[in-house]
Design a protein around this ligand. Structure first.
Ligand code: GDP
Ligand code: MN
Length: 377
């Protein structure tokens, strides 16, 4: 998931022809003042923190300015703020428009319908979660013909957009659909979409690019900073590795088993802190590499839960034992294993020789690792 800052989202809007206020990014108070003094950003203007979290309006991260001095002061007040855990380093300055109504529009994926969906509401400007369901239209889209004319008209009706604005909404919706498809987005949201005079203007932009399409978008490689340093290394090595807040490391294979393992640990009041999905890998070298990465996350205990299908239990065990040997004694942690399936016997034997017992029951093994992480094993 690559979440784009508002200004990056708006760069995409511009590229696809979604109408925007005139604006510019600033990274210092002096720059904010200069942009308004020179007229690059017309006054009065809006000064907006470029953070990924929403609710900036309510949270004091969107301010208004009538003069270059006020723009400077607003910038000064917002830059460096800690907004929901993010430090504000960039601002977007835009002309302040006289808004009529505020509307809501988004395109996203409806996973249960397995289709893209257009969501529209005449009650924009507030979080969509807080809007009454009856006031929200959800229009599933057949991705092959794409967003059809009758669907765009249905959206216009829901939004109460008529007259000349209807033509501009129609173009905007087509543009949004093209953006959604061509940029591999999983979410494109405009909230609010403002009615300004006879036209429509996107005042906000939230765009999330689907991570699995990341290879098609090298332009975002510099902003994938929502990963921890270890996750970053893992990504380069093509290891599926995720860090959470807890203290138990989980090594499993396949997304299903990995998620189920996390659930089982939670069930027994354990706190998974980092997990690793070996997928179909049983290359001992890869297992060693992955395990060493996990060791760097300093878990209190590690749970190895492997089902050998294509993956062979013995080669996973081999990789694991080799890796454990490379962890300095002071940094070692208790390891609880449960390996079942292909070459199970050989795998269990390799682990036993290294002093690791494989517990066949999921319940017993999960409870053992939870106890080990608590130091009560
Ligand atoms: P969010 O709260 O993080 O979603 O930030 P938004 O970009 O949606 O801005 C919050 C609110 O600021 C909007 O709902 C608008 O009411 C207001 N706002 C933003 N830009 C303008 C503008 O150009 N003119 C006016 N009048 N209000 C604006
Ligand atoms: Mn918004």
């Amino acid at each position: 998931m690559v979440k784009l800052a508002e200004w990056r989202g708006k760069d995409l809007f511009r590229k696809y022809g979604v109408p925007l206020p005139r604006g510019q990014v600033a990274r210092s108070a002096a720059e904010a003042e200069q942009l308004t003094r020179s007229g690059t950003v017309p006054l009065p203007c809006v000064v907006k923190a470029q953070v990924l979290a929403g609710g900036r309006g309510k949270g004091g991260a969107v301010r208004f300015a009538n003069t270059p001095e006020e723009a400077r002061a607003a910038a000064q007040a917002i830059l460096g703020l800690d907004f929901k855990g993010e430090t504000v380093k960039e601002l977007l300055l835009e002309e302040k428009l006289a808004i009529g109504r505020e509307l809501y529009l988004s395109l996203t994926l409806d996973r249960s319908a397995r289709l893209p969906i257009l969501i529209a509401s005449a009650q924009g400007g507030v979080e969509i979660e807080s809007v009454d369901d009856a006031a929200i239209a959800r229009i599933p889209i057949d991705p092959f013909p794409g967003l059809a004319a009758y669907e765009r008209r249905r959206a216009a009706k829901v939004l109460g957009v008529t007259g000349p604005a209807a033509a501009s909404l129609d173009r905007l919706l087509s543009a949004l659909w093209r953006l959604f498809q061509q940029e591999d987005a999983e979410l494109v949201e405009i909230n609010p979409l403002a009615v300004v005079g006879e036209g429509l203007v996107a005042l906000d932009a939230k765009v999330i690019i689907e991570d699995d399409a990341g290879f098609r978008h090298p332009e975002y490689s510099d902003i994938r900073d929502d990963r921890t340093p270890l996750e970053e290394i893992a990504r380069e090595k093509e290891i599926a590795f995720v860090q959470l807040d807890g203290n138990i490391g989980v090594i499993a294979n396949g997304a299903g088993l990995t998620m189920a393992t996390l659930d089982v640990l939670k069930e027994f009041d354990g706190n998974p802190g980092v997990f690793l999905d070996l997928g179909g890998t049983d290359d001992p070298k890869k297992v060693t590499e992955a395990f060493l990465l996990m060791a760097q996350a300093k878990p209190r205990a590690v749970f190895l839960n492997i089902f050998g299908g294509v993956t062979r239990c013995d080669t996973v065990a081999k990789g694991l034992v080799a890796a454990m040997d490379q962890v300095p004694p002071a940094e070692r942690f208790p390891l609880v294993a449960r390996i079942r399936g292909n070459n199970e016997r050989e795998g269990i034997e390799i682990l036993r020789a290294a002093g690791i017992t494989s517990i066949p029951s999921l319940k017993d093994s999960a409870q053992a690792v939870v106890a080990a992480a608590r130091g009560t094993a």
